[in-house]
Design a protein around this ligand. Structure first.
Ligand code: PFF
Length: 463
């Protein structure tokens, strides 16, 4: 049973005698986990894919995906982490047996954290760079302003510089540990993010002409615009946005005390993540519509379309916007690094500082490949280049396969251990969650994987 102190004794494990840090409070955990979930996926990706797939109907499918895939998987990951009090690789061994083949899921998670952080930091670096560009002010013709993005992304020197700064910030926070690093910074970044986003949404809804149109675009479903591909992308995005399938929630769950309320916390985190995505959508589309622009321009929506509008609105809107993006990215990148670090600390006995510095450097070096190859993104060529490869491979294969293994493990292997007691006062949700994890979530995840392989017969795969 957890004591009221920072440390929890996990010495009952035969091969290791050590004590584990825990979050100081339930609030601390929720802010850190919500920080992991809310990231570029919410502010950058969600609005642009919603634009590409036609708005309201896509949003509805996305909400459904969060409920039937995201929420049960998050509960599963938190249960695994909290029970095992271990990093993802150790957790599967602890809950099954030493040397269990299920630890492959943990390995996959550590590898995903490594790969995702490498390119995530490059995009986050652009967000950081844009805070300064916004401070200076966006000026010139629309083409010139949009061209600034190609200049940044196409210049290895600048891309690498911002990637270096962002990775340094990430490592700097994770070195501080669970309480003094991750939790402390999440407590600063998340409220700041919420206040900024609320302000921007308020501005978009009440001070531009696009507010009503944005509301109707996001909440008025037009099913004729929904494609099978849109449905599967919504499902896939539910993973990424909730940080699922790679053990981030296992890792954060492992720093929970044993009296934590997993189901309520998972609901809170999923709700906040969705709320922030919708608020970001409202803020961004109000602006886009108020200038009569198209919502479906794709990945350039934030770095190319918005700056053209920011030239009109001025620094008061643009600077907070890119701060918001950077804060969101930072609170996610620390969770990606923590998954990798926790493995080396728990399993290899490394000190936290050593693990952060060595792994941070290796991830940084891998990121250099993305930093120099991301120019393809500007030209819409997603087929080649390391950036696209890493993004595509991790989102379409690594996270869904990891998610499938996690849900099969909890529903079919440790099933007897997932007793109603895990659910505490949310006991009524127990049966529904177990049934969903057994049958519905695996099928939905399998569809995402087949979609990634372009193997779904009724979807037209353009290229
Ligand atoms: N959830 C983050 C986002 O929406 O940007 C990305 C992410 C973070 C994915 C941590 C996976 C993860 F483990």
């Amino acid at each position: 049973m957890a004591s009221g102190t920072d440390w929890h004794d996990t010495s009952q494990h035969p091969t290791r005698v050590k004590r584990r840090a825990h979050w100081t409070s339930r609030m601390g955990f929720i802010l850190a986990a919500t920080g992991s979930a809310i990231g570029l996926g919410n502010i950058w990706k969600f609005p642009y894919i919603t634009g590409v797939y036609g708005g309201g109907a896509f949003v509805l499918v996305y909400l459904g995906s969060v409920i039937i895939v995201g929420l049960p998987l998050m509960i599963a990951e938190l249960i695994i982490g909290r029970r095992a009090q271990e990093n993802p690789v150790g957790a599967f061994q602890r809950l099954h047996r030493d040397g269990s083949p299920w630890q492959i899921a943990g390995w996959l998670g550590v590898a995903s954290g490594f790969v995702i952080l490498s390119f995530y930091s490059v995009v986050a670096g652009w967000a950081l760079a844009y805070i300064f560009k916004a401070l200076v002010g966006f000026e010139g013709t629309a083409d010139q302003i949009q061209g600034q993005f190609s200049e940044l992304v196409g210049s290895p020197t600048w891309s690498i510089l911002w990637h270096t700064i962002f990775m340094t910030l990430t490592v700097g926070i994770v070195v501080g540990g669970i309480r003094n690093g991750i939790e402390r910074w999440s407590k600063i970044l998340m409220p700041a993010l919420f206040i900024i986003l609320f302000g921007l949404m308020f501005y978009g809804l009440f001070f531009t002409h696009g507010g009503m149109k944005a509301i109707s675009f996001l909440f008025n479903p037009d099913f004729s615009k929904l494609s099978a591909e849109g449905v599967l992308s919504a499902l896939g995005h539910a993973f990424f946005t909730l940080s699922l399938g790679m053990g981030a929630m296992i890792t954060y769950g492992s720093y929970m005390k044993s009296d934590a309320r997993i189901v309520q916390d998972a609901i809170t985190i999923s709700f906040l993540d969705t709320l922030i995505a919708l608020m970001a959508g409202l803020a961004i589309f109000s602006l886009v519509f108020s200038y009569g622009l198209e919502p479906g321009v794709g990945p350039g929506l934030i770095f190319q379309t918005l700056p053209v509008l920011f030239a009109e609105t001025g620094q008061l809107i643009s600077v907070p916007f890119f701060m918001l993006l950077t804060f969101a990215a930072l609170s996610s990148s620390i969770s990606l690094l923590e998954v990798v670090v926790s493995y080396f600390v728990d399993e290899r006995g490394w000190g936290r500082t050593k693990a952060c510095l060595i792994m941070g450097t290796l991830i940084y070096l891998l990121g250099l490949l993305s930093a120099v190859s991301a120019l393809k993104l500007v030209y819409g060529d997603w087929e080649t280049g390391f950036f696209d490869l890493f993004d595509y491979f991790s989102t379409n294969y690594m996270l869904p396969v990891g998610g499938l293994l996690i849900c099969l493990f909890i529903a079919w292997v440790v099933k007897d251990k997932v007793r109603a007691e895990e659910f505490g006062s949310a006991g009524r949700l127990y049966k529904a969650t177990v049934l969903t994890l057994k049958y519905i979530t695996p099928i939905a995840v399998l569809l995402v994987i087949l979609h990634g392989l372009e193997l779904i017969p009724f979807v037209e795969y353009g290229q």
